[in-house]
Design a protein around this ligand. Structure first.
Ligand code: ADP
Ligand code: GN1
Ligand code: MG
Length: 353
């Protein structure tokens, strides 16, 4: 990695470079120089992001736009240029980029308090606001049909038909769960197709560990992991945050009794998100926020199950059946949301004004 780092304009000479973070997609490293300057180095997963130049152009334009607006490198993810003036490096058949490390920050896999989760909602709500006038047509679609849930169903059914590893027979319960919800899965995309929901510039991967909070005040600094910033639905950004952050357990918890969707955390997120960007959302966008939560969770479960059937080629796994464990927590959350549907709608009602 030192060969790679040499090709970027760093403050000092790198003295260490270690694997870092819990992302499922890219390979992330923390690099430190002899001047004690911290950087994030990432090997971009080009099997997933097939057009890296277009991806990096998206990130450079979005972060440049935000920097012009905000002007503080702790409050905007900041790319470090290569010695040749580029935004990324191609080396040995792999693509690399470097970001300024967001200093004096924390990045959480679980909210340690209601306030932490509220603050992550403010971060994503503000991000949505800040990009509300960004020219969406200049962004490339880095992963086509990323949150097209019916298309995720098609991929799932193909994987099921192929059943490459002979795993389908052991997951019949999960397969039935998916198939029973096929009609619901299309509702959001149908509203979009009918022109009833607007496309906005959205983040599309609004996990809690894609937000940096200030270490001392625990208030929002910036949103990171901008690989999937592209036109999308506001309710999906809301929903993906609920999926991950309002769960009472980790995404890969094996004791499903521990996995529920916390209404208290749902309330906290709704108040932070709508407080930050609610004035820009239409009545139907607000009304469909609970549906966004359910469909992002269902879709993610379907994606984990598909990957399990296909032999774990997409999401990085750390143990056998990891994707199946992840799928099961998602379906447990979906079922829990179905039981709490009225309460979720009431919470939205409370904050929508
Ligand atoms: P992935 O797409 O694999 O999730 P991320 O861009 O989210 O990759 O990075 C993985 C982790 O690395 C993040 O969850 C966070 O902990 C850390 N990280 C990423 N960028 C920064 C940054 N600029 N400053 C500090 N930590 C970062
Ligand atoms: C991936 O990159 P990361 O770990 O923040 C995935 C998301 C999933 C998430 C599930 C580009 O997010 O879509 O919701 O895992 N990112 C991509 O934890 O597929
Ligand atoms: Mg991430």
């Amino acid at each position: 990695m030192f060969d790679v780092l040499k090709q970027f304009c760093l403050d000092g000479t790198p003295v260490s470079c270690e694997r870092y973070g819990n992302g499922h997609i890219n390979e992330t490293y923390l690099a430190v120089t002899d001047k004690n300057h911290l950087y994030i180095l990432q090997k971009i997963n080009h099997h997933i992001f097939k057009d890296v130049p277009a991806l990096m152009q998206n990130i450079a334009s979005v972060t440049g736009y935000l920097f012009d607006m905000i002007g503080d490198p702790r409050r905007v993810l900041t790319l470090v240029k290569t010695v040749n003036g580029g935004h990324y490096l191609c080396h040995g058949g792999h693509y690399f980029r470097v970001y300024e490390f967001v200093t004096d920050s924390i990045c959480l896999d679980r909210a340690e308090s209601r306030a932490d989760f509220y603050n992550s909602a403010v971060a994503f709500g503000q991000f949505q606001n800040q990009l509300s006038l960004f020219p969406a047509d200049t962004l490339s679609e880095t992963i086509p049909r990323f949150h097209d849930t019916p298309n995720r169903y098609t991929n799932f059914k193909n994987a099921l038909k192929e059943d490459k590893l002979g795993r389908a027979a052991s997951v019949q319960k999960e397969i039935d769960f998916v198939l029973a919800r096929e009609e619901d899965a299309a509702v959001m995309m149908n509203l979009l197709k009918k022109g009833e929901l607007p496309l906005r510039v959205t983040h599309n991967d609004t996990k809690l560990n894609n937000v940096m909070l200030d270490k001392n005040t625990r208030t929002p600094l910036c949103v990171i992991d901008l690989d999937t910033v592209m036109p999308g639905l506001a309710a999906n950004d809301f929903g993906d945050s609920i999926r991950f952050g309002a769960s009472t357990a980790a995404e890969d918890e094996t004791d499903l009794d521990k996995v529920t969707m916390s209404l208290d955390l749902f309330d906290a997120y709704t108040s932070g998100f709508l407080g930050a960007c609610g004035k820009n959302l239409t009545a139907l966008e607000k009304e469909t926020l609970p549906l966004g939560a359910k469909l992002m969770t269902l879709e993610c479960g379907v994606r984990f199950l598909t990957d399990y059937l296909e032999g774990d080629t997409y999401f990085r796994i750390h143990r056998e059946h990891h994707n199946l464990d992840r799928c099961r927590t998602q379906f447990k959350l979906v079922a829990d949301m179905e039981n709490k549907w009225q309460e979720m709608a009431r919470i939205i009602d409370r904050y929508k004004a």
